[in-house]
Design a protein around this ligand. Sequence first.
Ligand code: ADP
Length: 521
Amino acid sequence: MQFEQALTHLQSYFGYDSFRKGQEESIRYVLEGHNTACIMPTGGGKSLCYQIPSLLLEGTTLVISPLISLMKDQVDTLNAAGIPATYINSSLTHTEVQQRLEEVALGEYKLLYVAPERLESPQFLEQLQMLPIPLVAVDEAHCISQWGHDFRPSYLRINELISKLSNAPIVMGLTATATPQVREDICRALHINEEYTVMTGFERENLSFAVVKGQDRISYIEQYIRKNNQEAGIIYAATRKDVEELHARLQKSGVNVSKYHAGMNGNSRDEEQNRFLQDDVQVMVATSAFGMGIDKSNIRFVLHYQLPKNMESYYQEAGRAGRDGLPSECIVLYSPQDIRVQRFLIEQSTSNPKKQIQDLEKLQSMVNYCHTEGCLQAYILHYFGESEAHECGRCSNCTDDRVEIDVTVDTQKVLSCMIRMGERFGKMMIAQVLTGSRNKKVVDFGFDKLKTYGVMSDRSAKEVSDFIEYLISEQFILVGQGSFPTLSVAAKGKGVLLGTEKVMRKEQMEVKQIVQDDELF
Ligand code: ADP
């Protein structure tokens, strides 16, 4: 029946032998007439999940996509494969738009791509109403979620459109963002029953994840690029200023490098992007403005110059590496100062207190990723709700062969000191009390009289503070999300104090470097 035809189309139009797992399920649901959510990582093959049904359904499938710069390429590729498709966006004149709509009405296209902003025009909505649209595919559907990392107000118009169409279409939401909250928002907004959510394959077997700490980041990057000088890669930096500085620095040291951020004008952005896409330059230094929907398969590394703001954007950005399936590396260069920058950016970006707390919690999950000593791929998969993640054997933690030692007693020292201090302080103050600092604040609060004062004086404040980060990442300690991150003992930590829970940690290298107090929050 219809599904067998889907397989024939896969082979004849697209030249692939078989479906990937999630594709088959998604296509089946759509052909059975169910609204469907399709959640797969970048490069997972989401486009086919609506393109193939469009060939099997009467009428023109409407694809809503925010990626205007890509529409033409996508449409050209479909046309080259013998699938009639077209797009309507702001690059066309009014006459061209009208002409395309007339052609759509005559049934000349199987797919029509539009940008969400079009839906703001009542006239456009009216014109769509009359067309036979069997399927509405909402690409980058996380943009519908106000809690997602890329909310687009025009996406809220999608429902209005769907309710107005003359024949109730099947609706499909597609995204690479898999957090439960965004998933729920998509399902609620697009009336998708949860059982028709297809979510697969978040493991990327060709990617090796790593977190690098305590290194001079610029020298690390320069050396890394020198070692991989035949390979293309992206370096993400947190701010435009960072992009400019790193770009200038790499250019000076002879790297063939492009840059991209929202402060550049449209033309130079396109120019720089194209140079990278066409392999004219080796490395792209960019803010997170770069990359949504870019299709460059041979990216061998994605480095994050600083801590990314959350796991969603991290996995999306890192996932741009290795789309061709060849081994590729994704590395976060982490330093605790980054937390302050990201907290500042969050505080600037929203005045909604609920959203701020949520963003800070997400940031904390990202920080925990940098401190966990478990498998990084498994951490990511757990975060996105895949419960049965196994150890990847490739990441910087899986390949770390230092022995594990029992640190239960040290953990007890930290936790009981926190309790004695009233669980009202941040990491640095706790580390100072434990290491016996004579800091004025420590003395003023009378913490030099505590039983736990100086019980870790054989370590540096930096070592103790790193250890506290580790205990946070392993959920023995909770971080408050107020304007100042105070620490408290988590339920799992209480188990350690009661002696029912053991704590193990990889043996630490001796830390020689002396770090200024103000580098730690
Ligand atoms: P996404 O939209 O999920 O980021 P795409 O739809 O762009 O991913 O697909 C990524 C790549 O995988 C494309 O090059 C596509 O042609 C390829 N692809 C998709 N489905 C299959 C399949 N069943 N077999 C082989 N390659 C596929």
